[in-house]
Design a protein around this ligand. Structure first.
Ligand SMILES: Nc1ncnc2c1ncn2[C@@H]1O[C@H](COP(=O)(O)OP(=O)(O)O)[C@@H](O)[C@H]1O
Ligand SMILES: [Mg+2]
Length: 312
């Protein structure tokens, strides 16, 4: 089996360089709240007619917790998340009800008091950046496109696209595993599968930064994976630059079987493991975009996508 470093052909972007030369240089601090707060991102997206998972409710104060029974009512499928969380921390995915129980995708049963405790933990800042008090969002459950059956297990896969100055530079599909508990975040044990920018077909796959070739829970090989409607997904990601103005960001997109591509969230500090999944470092592409003539930066999202696809 190849070592992770052998998967990388060239120009790996490291943590320091990412922080100093890309995040600090291209992301204005004043724009952070727009993406660090998932509620604000949702509102900004809705303003631009970009689809997002439906907001079902918000809890901001402790005293509201005693009313959650009436807020939840008859909902059977929903997601609870910290408004300012990251890396999948504190996300609770409820996929059904069984009498008084709430069911997680792994079959685990929770009682209302467990949900209440989870909400209290979010409010107290257990999962938020810097441990600051947070609020709680209830969202509709995304039902993933059938194309992902067996590529993901007990959770909705998402497509992470790194967008630099409005150009999509690298992409991967992240698939949930039993270990990742309904979330497609790599730190939770999800699998990252690099995607070819031109075709939306799979490149390499990694779990816990080590190469894998098939899903550990379903045995499905990733070699035939191809994302449908790929160009449209890249255009949606590229258009997030106009929406929030961040020069260097990660867009998380899910494919809902009814609504099509939906923006899940945006990240001002996207992780670096996408390079392992793609078998290629980010540096070459980032340098290329930095060298673009000013006219290129004025192109609309569709043309920026096409340009990038022809370049890589
Ligand atoms: N509305 C939803 N429906 C289904 N799964 C979701 C939903 N929201 C989040 N998830 C799952 O949780 C993961 C992390 O969600 P995300 O909103 O990106 O938060 P984070 O900032 O913690 O990464 C997603 O990749 C997905 O697998
Ligand atoms: Mg995310």
């Amino acid at each position: 089996m190849a070592l992770p470093t052998q998967l990388l052909r060239c120009g790996v972007l490291g943590m320091n360089s990412r922080n100093i030369n890309y995040i600090a240089r291209y992301n204005q601090r004043a724009l952070y709240p727009l993406v660090d707060d998932k509620l604000q991102t949702k509102l900004a997206a809705q303003k631009q007619n970009i689809s997002v998972p439906e907001l079902l409710g918000v809890i901001e104060r402790q005293w509201q917790v005693k009313n959650i029974e009436s807020l939840i009512g008859e909902w059977s499928k929903f997601v609870i998340k910290p408004t300012r969380g990251s890396g999948g921390k504190g996300i609770l995915v409820i996929t059904g009800r069984d009498f008084e129980y709430f069911l997680k995708s792994n079959g685990q049963k929770l009682e209302l008091k467990d949900i209440r405790r989870h909400i209290n933990n979010i409010l107290s800042g257990l999962y938020s950046l810097g441990g600051k008090p947070d609020s709680v969002m209830f969202e509709s459950l995304i039902e993933y496109d059938q194309v992902f059956t067996d590529y993901t297990y007990e959770g909705v896969p998402d497509i992470r696209i790194v967008v630099f100055k409005g150009f999509p530079v690298m992409a991967m599909l992240r698939c949930a595993t039993h270990a990742s508990d309904g979330r497609a975040n790599l730190h939770q044990g999800a699998i990252g599968i690099g995607l070819d920018l031109s075709t939306g077909k799979s490149l390499n796959a990694v779990q816990y930064n080590r190469p894998v070739s098939e899903h550990p829970d379903t045995g499905k090989s990733f070699s035939e994976l191809e994302i449908p409607g790929w160009d449209e997904i890249l255009v949606l990601a590229a258009g997030c630059f106009e929406m929030v103005g961040l020069g260097y960001m990660g867009c998380d997109i899910v494919l809902d079987r009814h609504a099509g591509p939906v923006i899940l969230e945006l990240n001002a500090r996207p992780g670096l493991a996408i390079q392992l999944a793609s078998g290629e470092g980010l540096m070459k592409r980032l340098k290329a975009v930095e060298a673009f003539e000013p006219e290129l930066l004025e192109l609309p999202p569709e043309q920026r996508v096409r340009f990038m696809q022809e370049m890589v």
